[in-house]
Design a protein around this ligand. Structure first.
Ligand code: BDP
Length: 608
């Protein structure tokens, strides 16, 4: 789905700011027709923001179900004859959009964009009332899954199977968009190069009849470096500047639609980079060079904002990544904002792009996270056909959104699902096929959980890389790093023997650490222990050529639901939640800025 742009033929108006807001306590506001009139409320809600931490009312924070947002907007008179849409970056987890009381669209899936075409209701020069119903409920048909428990007293509780707070709200920018009736609907760009010549292939999907022309511009100089015609075509870029990790390097593919007389109907510019990605033996090659991933599994998570996007907060995280010498990140455990991904494209940060499929594992949920579910993970009563279909949609929509991004080098289609059972194989086989079909150009992986090691996992052979989350020295061998090291080494040997030609990325390894706590002993929760823990993992990483990446868990401390294993959230960050470094951050900075294997793609914050 294309991002809204200002071009000679397109306009957008930000709808961020305050919206009227009302909690739908009984989840029957739609039936009662709240969308047909002005909301009876004195509450407001900031957009973008998670609802949960900005309200000083625990009932609102903990409400399970629907919230109403409303705003009256003015449609510019110059927009006569255009298609008019409201475009949401993400609404977590479901949305129903009404214009002047009429239902326009419903969207299920909390981390990807969608649009509502309100052309019929939004006359140029007039006002239109927009109502958005936001629903935070998770069940066994949603990705991520969850379970709503109805208590005898009528109250509801949301159980969920993942280790981050179930923030809800309008999390990313909302735009009122005008685009021509005849317009560019989608663009797919694939690239390659030979010697110094770049090769670009485009595929334009358009709405309506028009002639398509294409120009390729160098973003740095603005120079036109190639051009062509037709919905599908190829062009060559002489003396191509490759997109490189740590550097970036973008071009724009400018698509113009023309009518028979040559008049311009629509213009859209899609950025892209020329680079290749390939898994070869146990190596991960970007532009033919072995790439070693350093960085973190991240979260979109901040005080006050919750999961909402903020440019300033994003930029701070990205600056800290370069300060620490990291060259990559994983969008754990859901797709991040488009602003985030654009930043990575511009600055050469390598991304493992993850779907919101987290918590597909009732074994883990019942253990660490204290869930109530005792049934099988994959079954028609739990995660079955409906979830699988939603999962497929999430994969396809993610690829539609991010397919042109040079920063994305690998799809992660799930985090720590159950993978040691035959049912898991049945569940994943069609999803892997769907991913490869939607994007034949990038490798595909999933993140393997410690409960399913090399001799138990039934799905690893379906993927191009092995991504492992391991907690030796934390959830097992707690405080005993010597035994943890033995266990970790033995397990890596097992993987390498079973999959000698497959690269391994450690996508998680971490220890909860309370900033400011110290000990001369190997005492869990201290800053000293976190550093010793990381040193132990580093020894193993350096021992095996097959290990081609280390992404520590987590970049920063983050909020989770309450639980006896979480004190105000998960504390495995190298930084605190307010982004102050723990001792681990200093250790990683030294390691990653000196690590020869990770020099390709390391960002130098001082480079101009
Ligand atoms: C892994 C999960 C991650 C958790 C982490 C932890 O992938 O979401 O936050 O463990 O326990 O199981 O800290």
């Amino acid at each position: 789905m294309l991002y809204p742009q200002e071009t000679p033929t397109r306009s957008r108006i930000s709808l961020d700011g305050f919206w009227d807001f009302k909690v739908d306590w009984n989840n029957d506001g739609v039936e009662a027709g709240w969308q047909n009139a002005s909301l009876e409320t004195t509450r407001e809600m900031a957009v973008p923001a998670s609802i949960n931490d900005v309200v000083a009312d625990e009932r609102v924070r903990n409400h399970v179900g629907r919230y109403f947002y409303q705003r009256t907007i003015q449609v510019p008179s110059e927009w006569d004859g255009k298609q008019i849409l409201v475009r949401f970056g993400s609404v977590t987890h479901h949305a129903i959009v009404f214009a002047n009381g009429q239902e326009i669209t419903r969207f299920k899936g909390g981390y990807l964009p969608f649009e509502a075409d309100i052309t019929e209701h939004a006359r140029a020069g007039e006002r239109v009332q927009l109502t958005v119903v936001v629903d935070n409920r998770l069940d066994y048909t949603t990705i991520p899954p969850g379970k709503v428990i109805e208590h005898a007293d009528g109250t509801r509780e949301q159980e969920y199977l993942h280790d981050f707070y179930n923030y809800s709200g309008i999390h990313r920018s909302v735009y009122l968009v005008a685009r021509p009736q005849v317009h560019v609907a989608d663009i797919t760009i694939t690239t390659d190069y030979e010697g110094s010549t770049g090769r670009v292939e485009w595929d334009v999907v358009k709405q309506g009849e028009a002639q398509t022309t294409v120009r390729i511009l160098d973003q740095r100089t603005g120079e036109v470096v190639a051009s062509g015609e037709g919905d599908q075509g190829t062009a060559e870029i002489p003396n191509v500047r490759l997109w490189e990790p740590g550097k970036g390097g973008l071009y724009d593919l400018e698509v113009s639609l023309l009518d028979a007389s040559g008049a311009v109907l629509d213009v859209y510019r899609q950025h892209f980079g020329v680079r290749t990605v390939e898994v070869k033996g146990a190596q991960f090659l970007i532009n033919g060079k072995p790439f070693y991933f350093t960085g973190f599994g991240m979260h979109e998570d901040h005080e006050t904002l919750g999961k909402a996007h903020s440019d300033a907060h994003l930029m701070q995280d990205m600056e800290l990544l370069s300060w620490i010498g990291a060259n990559s990140l994983r969008t754990a455990h859901y797709p991040y904002s488009e602003e985030w991904m654009d930043y990575c494209d511009r600055h050469g940060i390598v991304v493992i792009d993850e779907t919101p499929a987290v918590g597909l594992n009732l074994g883990v949920a019942g253990g660490i996270l204290g869930g109530t579910e005792t049934r099988a993970t994959f079954s028609e009563e739990t995660i079955g056909k409906a979830a699988q279909e939603q999962h497929r949609l999430e994969i396809e929509r993610l690829i539609t959104r991010d397919k042109n991004r040079p920063s994305v080098v690998l799809w992660s289609i799930a985090n720590e699902p159950e993978s040691e059972t035959p049912e898991a194989r049945e569940y994943f086989l069609p999803l892997v096929e769907a991913t490869r079909q939607a994007d034949p150009t990038r490798p595909v992986g999933f993140v393997n959980v410690m409960l399913a090691p090399y001799d138990k996992c039934q799905i690893s052979d379906l993927f191009d890389v092995l991504m492992l989350n391991r907690y030796y020295g934390w959830y097992v061998n707690t405080g005993d790093l010597a035994r943890a090291e033995e266990g970790l080494r033995a397990e890596v040997r097992g993987w390498v023997e079973r999959f000698p030609d497959t690269p391994i990325i450690f996508t998680e390894f971490g220890a909860d650490t309370v900033a400011g706590m110290h000990s001369i002993y190997n005492q869990p929760f201290t800053e000293d222990y976190q550093v010793e823990f990381l040193k132990m993992y580093a020894r193993i990483f350096d021992e095996f050529d097959e290990i081609i990446g280390e992404q520590m868990w987590n970049f920063a401390d983050f909020q989770t639901k309450f639980g006896i294993v979480r004190v105000d959230g998960n504390k495995k960050g190298a930084f605190t939640r307010d982004r102050r470094p723990k001792a681990a951050a200093r250790f990683l900075r030294q390691r990653w800025t000196e690590l020869e294997a990770a020099s390709y793609g390391r960002r130098d914050p001082r480079a101009e």
